[in-house]
Ligand binder design. Structure first.
Ligand SMILES: [Zn+2]
Length: 465
C-alpha cells in the first residue's frame, strides 16, 4: 500500500512537489515525474505541514464538554427541550450549569420534572456551583442512590461524576483533535483516563500519538510498576509526573502580586517540590510543573536546579532573570492564552499594566537559545488559533515568526519518536494539509484543515474522498 500526495507545497522541503508514502513512512520526496502508487491524491496547490503536536492538552475535558449539555443561563423549559433532544442521541444525559435563581419559581429541578420529559435513560443535571445535582429515577437506579426529589449533594455529586468519567468517550475527543490537524498530543490524565489510553493502545485502536503524563494520583502505580518517562513505542509513551505550583490568573490563584496589591503564594514549598523532583528523577520519571505566576516560577526554577529534562508548564509571568535560569529544563507554553493578554483584557484587569508587554515572552525565550513547546491546554483545542496569536502579537517580547511558532507546535512529536516533526525522507508520515500558506500571517486564523494524516493513513478529511 502506497500513497502519493502530489501537486502540493511541502513545508520545510526543497520545493518538493510530491511525496510518496509507503508503510507509514515518507519513502521519497521529489519534483517532476510522478512515481507509481496504489493511491494518488492531487492536492491542487494546497499546503502540507508536519502534523501538529499539542504538547499540553486535556482530552478528557474535551470529552466531558462534548458529552455535557451547557445549562447555564437557560430557563427550565429550555432545559427540558435540550434533554428531550439529547436523549435521542445518548445513553446517558449529563447537563451542567443550571441556576434556579434565574427562574420564576426559584426552585431546584426535581426528579419528577425530569422524568416527565425523559424516563427511560439516566439524566444527571449538575447545578452551576457543582455541589448539587438532580438525578431522574433512571439515574438513581443506575447509581444506586434513592432520594425522594432526586437531589444529591457534595460527595455524592463527585461519586456520580467519577462514574460518568468511566464512560467518557475519549475516541470522540481524539477525532475532534484530528479535525484540528493534531497528530500527536501530550495529555494529562488521572488513573481512569490512563486506563482508557492503555486499553486503546493494547487493542491497537489508538489513532493519535500520545505522550501520557499523569497526576499524583497515578504516580504510585507508575512507580510501583517501574514505568519510566519514555517507556512505550512510537504511538504511545509514558510521560512524567504533573505537579501544580499555583493556579490561574483568571481565578486570582496564580502565585504573583495582583493589581490590588494582594500577593498569592505558591501551592507547594520549595522543599516539597524538590522532594518530588528528586524522588521522581531518581526513578527515571521526569516532572512537569504548572507554574504561571512569577513566584511559582521562582520556586520551580529553584527546585529544578542541577536537573535536566523536567518541564515548566505555562511560564506566563517569567522575568528576564527567570529566562536566564531555564537551564536544561523544558518550557511548554500556550500561545492561545494571549486572548486574555490584550490591552483592556483579563490579564490587565487582574495584574495591572506592568505585565502587559512582558507576559508570555516567547521571543525572549527563543532569543535566549531555548526551544519552546506549544500546547493549547484545550482552550480551545486548536494549534492554528494559538499560532495566530503568537505571530500577530503587538508586543515585541511575545511576537515570533511563523516558522518558530510551527516549530513549537510540532516539536513535541519528536519526544514520542525521533522520526516525527519534519517532512523528510525516512520520517513517519504524520501530516496536516491546509488550504492556506501560513506565511500569510494575517489569515492564519482562517486556514482550514483539509486532511490529517497519521502513519500514512488519512484519518480526517473535510472533503469527501
Ligand atoms: Zn493544563
Amino acid at each position: 500500500m502506497s500513497l502519493l500526495l502530489y501537486n502540493g507545497k511541502f513545508y520545510g522541503t526543497d520545493d518538493a512537489e510530491w511525496i510518496l508514502i509507503r508503510n507509514g513512512v515518507i519513502a521519497d520526496i521529489g519534483k517532476g515525474a510522478l512515481p507509481d502508487a496504489t493511491r494518488k491524491i492531487n492536492l491542487d496547490g494546497m499546503f502540507v505541514y508536519p502534523g501538529f503536536c499539542d504538547s499540553h492538552t486535556h482530552l478528557s475535558n474535551i470529552a466531558l464538554m462534548q458529552s455535557n449539555l451547557d445549562l447555564s443561563r437557560k430557563t427550565k423549559d429550555e432545559i427540558f427541550e435540550m434533554i428531550k433532544n439529547e436523549s435521542r442521541k445518548k445513553k446517558i444525559v449529563i447537563g451542567r450549569g443550571w441556576d434556579e435563581s434565574n427562574w420564576k419559581d426559584a426552585k431546584y429541578i426535581t426528579a419528577d420534572e425530569i422524568d416527565s420529559v425523559c424516563a427511560d435513560i439516566p439524566v444527571v443535571l449538575v447545578r452551576e456551583c457543582g455541589h448539587l445535582a438532580t438525578l431522574n429515577t433512571a439515574a438513581m437506579k443506575k447509581f444506586g442512590i434513592v432520594r425522594e426529589n432526586g437531589l444529591i449533594f457534595e460527595d455524592e455529586v463527585g461519586y456520580v461524576l467519577k462514574n460518568v468519567e468511566r464512560n467518557l468517550d475519549i475516541m470522540a475527543a481524539i477525532d475532534y483533535a484530528l479535525s484540528r490537524g493534531i497528530t500527536a498530543i501530550h495529555d494529562f490524565a488521572n488513573t481512569v483516563i490512563m486506563r482508557k489510553y492503555f486499553e486503546l493502545w493494547r487493542k491497537n485502536q489508538l489513532k493519535i500519538r500520545v505522550m501520557l503524563n499523569f497526576y499524583r494520583s497515578g504516580y504510585h502505580a507508575v512507580r510501583k510498576l517501574g514505568l519510566v518517562t519514555g517507556f512505550g513505542d512510537e504511538f504511545f509513551k509514558i510521560g512524567g509526573l504533573k505537579l501544580f505550583a499555583d493556579g490561574s490568573i483568571g481565578a486570582g490563584t496564580a502565585a504573583t502580586t495582583y493589581r490590588d496589591g494582594k500577593t498569592v503564594s505558591p501551592l507547594m514549598s520549595l522543599r516539597q517540590l524538590r522532594a518530588y523532583v528528586t524522588n521522581a528523577n531518581s526513578r527515571g520519571i521526569k516532572v512537569l510543573t504548572h507554574a504561571i505566576g512569577d513566584l511559582a516560577i521562582e520556586t520551580v526554577l529553584r527546585a529544578y536546579e542541577n536537573t535536566s529534562g523536567n518541564r515548566i508548564e505555562h511560564f506566563e509571568l517569567a522575568t528576564d532573570e527567570h529566562i536566564e535560569r531555564i537551564g536544561e529544563s523544558l518550557v511548554c507554553m500556550q500561545p492561545n492564552f494571549l486572548k486574555w493578554a490584550a490591552r483592556g483584557g483579563l490579564y490587565e484587569k487582574m495584574l495591572g499594566e506592568r505585565w502587559l508587554p512582558l507576559n508570555n515572552a516567547y521571543r525572549k525565550i527563543l532569543d535566549a537559545g531555548h526551544k519552546l513547546l506549544f500546547g493549547s491546554d484545550g482552550m480551545p483545542l486548536s494549534p492554528l488559533f494559538g499560532i495566530h496569536y503568537a505571530v500577530n502579537s503587538p508586543y515585541e517580547a511575545q511576537r515570533i515568526s511563523v516558522d518558530e511558532a510551527l516549530d513549537a507546535y510540532t516539536r513535541g512529536a519528536s519526544h514520542i519518536s525521533s522520526r516525527l516533526g519534519k517532512i523528510k525522507k525516512g520520517f513517519l508520515a504524520d501530516l496536516v494539509v491546509l488550504d492556506r500558506d501560513l506565511k500569510d500571517r494575517a489569515h492564519i486564523i482562517d486556514a482550514k484543515v483539509v486532511y490529517t494524516i497519521i502513519n500514512g493513513a488519512i484519518l480526517y478529511s473535510n472533503i469527501s474522498l
